[in-house]
Design a protein around this ligand. Structure first.
Ligand code: XMP
Length: 534
């Protein structure tokens, strides 16, 4: 196993991800664990290497150090950015506060003589130097290497951009190999953990399940857990995992707000109650939600109403469960499908997000209000890892690879006031669009258009337009199709769907969904448009 000590960089978890991608087991722990803790962690003889992460701070602002034991275990250590600087300082080198910050793309001259960088380069200069394209973000730099170290990499502005003491297995780089902008980063981290540390690449998602199950059992003991199941990927995978760990100690509460996709509620029940035999309470609250939404057209207000009601309904169910007791003291844990990107987002939200473009449905504050402890078994995982885990847990791939669906559901896909009739029309139109996206394959890639798009859905426009059907004039509603491709949902391009697909969808919707007589396709990118229409 590999120990990653976290000095607080925003990308520490990416190091863990790269190590897991190399099929090596790793754990991330805060940098201030004690030396005794480190020795204990290594006591089973399985610890093969340590990685010291970067930090958002400077060595002059904080005095975070690696526990001394890290350098006493006789195993390889890799320092990244701040990790390099603290390694230099702790082993007798010097770090100087930088006057200029180096931030972003850089080209590093790599000295190929070290085991870490041997034969790893992006290009070679005319003089024959191997060069790496990397991503740097630092102010301070190492100005004097500790005794025993030799130079491994340099840039013009940072002469000591990499250093190594190969006898002891100590390596350090000023750039960030964990981010994808560092082209050879993955190769470099793989080389460190597999070749230099000598780990075996035998860790797979199934092992993660075992470890996670064990952890959940330890954390929960014989107490009870409730979880708000939405049908989305994260809460579904969390539910399946926790159910695997503690069975009937878990109760899922599935609040149907009446703004779900066609048959979605039944599918969720069928999977969790039917196939997994989990305890699921389905609360049909559609009348309550639609009632409170009547007459409300403003998107943010709709979001607030839906989010608020969701919390109220959930709390009421939790209270009922407690009252019923079932001979137990009721739930003491609230489980959530928080994943790693959510953790980063909420941590960094203060400085980054000056304006709220859309207030996302969130249930923050719920555990405190309910007096419950939090259980978040997916906190360390990225979305695609969560999906992989879901499949390994036996959830159907269609569920796990489903496009994201916003918490307020169709509530933000019906423009303006939400009405039940509108929702019914929209659900049917949307189901046709999704069905055809799944039917149509792209010849070149062999993939379906559902898999080729990141998010696709139908939007209900509460305007009427004139049409002609048979001999008669129609005066009916309009829907817009939206399909986008994006890697992070921060920016997105509209998808160039084949005309044949659009044609089929349009003709099916107009023929099969009475009440809609016009279909349009949204060709706006984000920015300046957003993915959802509200
Ligand atoms: P926008 O429309 O902001 O959407 O480009 C980006 C991503 O966020 C989703 N989204 C939401 N998710 N509650 C959610 O849980 C919301 O209120 C909400 N609004 C947008 C959207 O579906 C897309 O994936």
């Amino acid at each position: 196993k590999i120990l990653i000590l976290d000095f607080g960089s925003q990308v520490t978890q990416l190091i863990a991800r790269r190590v897991r991608e190399a099929h090596v087991y790793c754990e991330v722990h805060p940098c201030d664990v004690s030396s005794d803790w480190v020795r204990e962690f290594a006591a089973d003889g399985q610890l093969k290497g340590v990685i010291l992460s970067g930090s958002h701070a400077s060595v002059y602002e904080v005095d975070d150090k690696a526990p001394d034991a890290v350098f006493e275990l006789g195993i390889p250590v890799l320092g990244i950015c701040y990790g390099m600087q603290t390694m230099a300082q702790q082993l007798g080198g010097k770090v100087e506060a930088g006057h200029t910050r180096e931030f972003g793309y850089a080209e590093v001259r790599a000295r190929g003589h070290t085991a870490l960088l041997k034969d790893i380069a992006d290009f070679t200069t005319p003089e024959g130097h191997g060069m790496l394209k990397v991503w740097m973000s630092h102010g301070d730099k190492v100005t004097e290497m500790p005794p025993g170290f030799k130079l491994m990499a340099s840039t013009d502005s940072c002469p000591i951009a990499g250093m190594a003491d190969e006898d002891r297995g100590y390596y350090a780089v000023q750039f960030h190999p964990e981010v994808t902008h560092t082209v050879q980063g993955r190769a470099l981290l793989e080389r460190f953990v597999l070749e230099i540390c000598g780990t075996r690449p035998d860790w797979i998602m199934r092992d993660h399940i075992e470890e996670a199950v064990q952890k959940i059992r330890e954390q929960v003991g014989d107490e009870e857990v409730i979880l708000g199941l939405s049908g989305g990927v994260d809460s579904s995978v969390a539910a399946a995992l926790i159910h695997r760990a503690i069975g009937d100690q878990l109760t899922c509460v599935f609040v149907d707000h009446g703004l779900l996709r066609l048959h979605e509620g039944d599918m969720v029940m069928d999977m969790f109650a039917g196939k997994l035999h989990a305890k699921v309470i389905r609360v049909d609250a559609s009348e309550l939600f639609l009632g409170k939404l009547a007459g409300v057209a403003e998107p943010e207000q709709k979001r607030k109403i839906i989010g608020g009601l969701f919390v109220d309904v959930f709390k009421a169910e939790a209270a009922k469960l407690k009252a019923a007791g079932n001979g137990t003291k009721g739930a003491t844990f609230l489980a959530q499908g928080t994943i790693y990107p959510d953790v980063i987002e909420s941590g960094g939200a203060k400085s980054k997000k000056a304006v709220t473009i859309k207030s996302h449905h969130n249930v923050g504050g719920l555990p405190e209000q309910l007096g419950l402890k939090l259980l978040e078994p997916l906190r360390d995982l990225f979305k695609d890892e969560v999906r992989e885990l879901g499949v390994a847990l036996g959830l159907p791939p269609e569920m796990v690879y489903r496009h994201p669906f916003p918490g307020p559901g169709l509530g933000v896909r019906i423009l303006g006031e939400v009405k039940k009739d509108y929702a019914d029309l929209l659900r049917r139109a949307d189901a046709i669009f999704i069905e055809e996206l799944r039917n149509f394959k792209d010849d070149a890639s062999g993939k379906t258009w559902y898999d080729l798009t990141s998010q696709a859905f139908t939007v209900f426009l509460p305007v009427k337009s004139v049409g002609v059907m048979g001999d008669g004039r129609t005066y009916d509603y309009v829907v817009a199709l939206r399909a986008v491709q994006t890697s992070d949902f921060m920016t997105a391009d509209w998808a160039e769907l084949p005309y044949a697909l659009l044609k089929k969808v349009s003709s099916r919707i107009i023929n099969e969904v009475r009440g809609i007589n016009r279909v349009t396709y949204d060709v706006s990118s984000k920015p300046p448009a957003t993915i959802e229409w509200e």
